[in-house]
Design a protein around this ligand. Structure first.
Ligand code: C2E
Ligand code: CA
Ligand code: CA
Length: 502
């Protein structure tokens, strides 16, 4: 200070000063030397500013940038810094570490029912319990919402032992978090799900590690709650493949990669009464992809609305083409409708407008719905089914017997047909109980005045049993597999001795 004043005539800087009461505080001090006309040093002028509050504010800002204000745990940013350091040090000293990702089961429900203040209280208590389950050298962080991450370091060089160690800590955390909470007088219980992965500083970076534990956590949730799962490479591969398939699915519609296959439905005398249309995806690389893989994916992504629209239009256009020929004009097509389609607000209008556009006789279109999708929102289902039935569209209950619908439901719902699930048909002659179920379903359908069809009929024995018990319609490999349109028309020609279609 003196040197600067001697050289430049001034000094400016922060000093620690002491108040009269003895308290030490930070002060901003400026000292200037004042000279007289002759250039002789006359006096020093000092300006003092107490900067205690500024300092506190700056510290607060720094804290906010790196810590979660609610729980005081490190936030995502600081966690990533620490993780990067941990990876570097793990690489240096060959010590394995573990990363855990946890989230509370049903946290949203607590927020929705008891309010966000209660949610906040819970998060604070969770943070406390996490800290008390860890060593001082471990890190617990909150990423946001009800997502927490724990990082364990120096778990030794042996992967097996490190795994065991991490598992022990994981279990400890699961137990600690599942103890009862007292939230502002409310008793509350909750469980959590944990995803774990080991790290060694060589294999993956921070971002991938966080993705891995996220995947593992998701898997823990899937396997029931209050569970813990280690990251699994195979699982990641599956998820990656799914993501690729999803991207391809988006292109499939524009690329006209979907096709409808037709599986005949036959009457007792062998006459073809129509077909169930089953969608196929002609993937440019993977070949024919089964709907069992891509329909659920299309449902999740909402693409089913477009795919379903396409299937509906294609089926109706085909019915239109068949109208001209007396031998095909009575064929019915059964079309599978997915839950998301049915419960979409525009469903009735969608079907109506396609019927109008193609001008076909609505009773030749049969929509297949499963019990579970109808039961999920029975009011909505009844209203929509009724609206479409009023204009002549028919309904078949697919996979009948596998859901949970009661007789009450069944009589409320305007179905024209029950379709006995293939699993029961398969067990005819194999499992007596299932044969009895088949008999019961047929009897019930007859009593309720509904048509009944059996799917998955593969043997003559099954067909005989069904016929004997009063089921007059069949579908299954015994008659034909689902085939492309041309092949289906060939089957028609063969069976109906048609000379020409269209
Ligand atoms: P689903 O509606 O139960 O269709 C019957 C499935 O059983 C079809 O499988 C069919 O090929 C198969 N199958 C028919 N006869 C036999 C048989 O005798 N034995 C055996 N083991 N299987 C038989 P696919 O074509 O793979 O379709 C699977 C599921 O995909 C369908 O089950 C349906 O839920 C869904 N799906 C197919 N097309 C569409 C569609 O256009 N839209 C929607 N939303 N779902 C569709
Ligand atoms: Ca079906
Ligand atoms: Ca079925």
């Amino acid at each position: 200070m003196w040197e600067s004043i001697a050289r430049t005539g001034a000094w400016h800087g922060e000093i620690w000063n002491r108040r009269k009461n003895g308290e030490i505080y930070p002060e901003l001090l400026t000292i200037s030397a004042v000279q007289d006309d002759a250039g002789e040093l006359q006096k020093y002028v000092a300006t003092l500013t107490d900067i205690t509050e500024q300092k506190a504010a700056a510290a607060e800002i720094e804290h906010l940038a790196f810590y979660d204000p609610l729980t005081n745990l490190p936030n995502r940013r600081l966690l990533k810094d620490r993780l990067a350091l941990a990876l570097a040090s793990s690489k240096r000293n060959k010590q394995l570490g573990a990363l855990m990702f946890m989230d509370l089961d049903n946290f949203k429900r607590l927020n929705d029912t008891l309010g966000h203040d209660m949610g906040d209280l819970l998060l604070q208590q969770v943070a406390g319990r996490l800290l008390s389950s860890l060593r001082a050298s471990d890190t617990a962080a909150r990423l946001g919402g009800d997502e927490f991450v724990v990082m364990l370091e120096t778990l030794g060089e042996n992967a097996e032992q490190a795994t065991i160690h991490a598992e022990v800590v994981g279990k400890k955390i699961l137990t600690a978090l599942s103890e009862p909470y007292l939230l502002d007088g409310h008793d509350y219980r909750c469980t959590s799900s944990i995803g774990i992965t080991l790290f060694d500083g060589y294999t993956v970076d921070e971002d991938s590690l966080l993705k891995h534990v996220d995947i593992a956590m998701y898997q823990a949730k899937q396997s029931g709650r209050n569970a813990m799962c280690f990251f699994d490479q195979a699982m990641q591969t599956v998820l990656l493949e799914r993501a690729t398939l999803e991207a391809d699915l988006r292109l499939a519609l524009e690329g006209e990669q979907f096709k409808l296959f037709y599986q005949m439905q036959v009457a007792q005398d062998g006459r073809i009464v129509g077909a169930e249309v089953l969608i196929r995806w002609q993937h440019p690389v993977q070949g024919l992809v089964t709907p069992i893989t891509f329909i659920p994916l299309a449902e999740e992504t909402g693409l089913i609305l477009l795919v379903g629209q396409w299937a509906l239009e294609t089926a109706c256009m085909q019915l239109k083409r068949w109208e001209g020929n007396p031998l095909t004009q009575d064929l019915q097509l059964a079309l599978n409708v997915s839950a998301r389609q049915l419960h979409h607000a525009g469903f009735v209008e969608q079907v109506r407008s396609v019927l109008k556009k193609t001008g076909i006789e609505p009773s030749r279109l049969k929509l297949e719905l499963t019990e579970s999708m109808v039961i999920n929102d029975i009011k909505d289902a009844i209203i929509k089914m009724q609206a479409l039935r009023d204009i002549g569209v028919r309904f078949s209950m697919d996979d009948f017997g596998t859901g949970y619908s009661s007789l009450t439901h069944l009589t409320q719902l305007p179905f024209d047909q029950l379709k006995i699930d293939h699993s029961f048909v398969h067990n005819i002659g194999v499992k007596q109980a299932d044969a009895v179920i088949v008999q019961t379903i047929i009897a019930m359908a007859n009593t309720l005045g509904m048509e009944v069809i059996a799917e998955g009929v593969e043997t003559q024995a099954q067909r005989k049993f069904l016929a004997l018990n009063g089921c007059k319609l069949y579908q299954g490999y015994l008659f034909s597999k689902p085939v492309p349109l041309v092949a289906f028309e060939a089957q028609l020609t063969q069976l109906l001795h048609l000379t020409k279609i269209n």
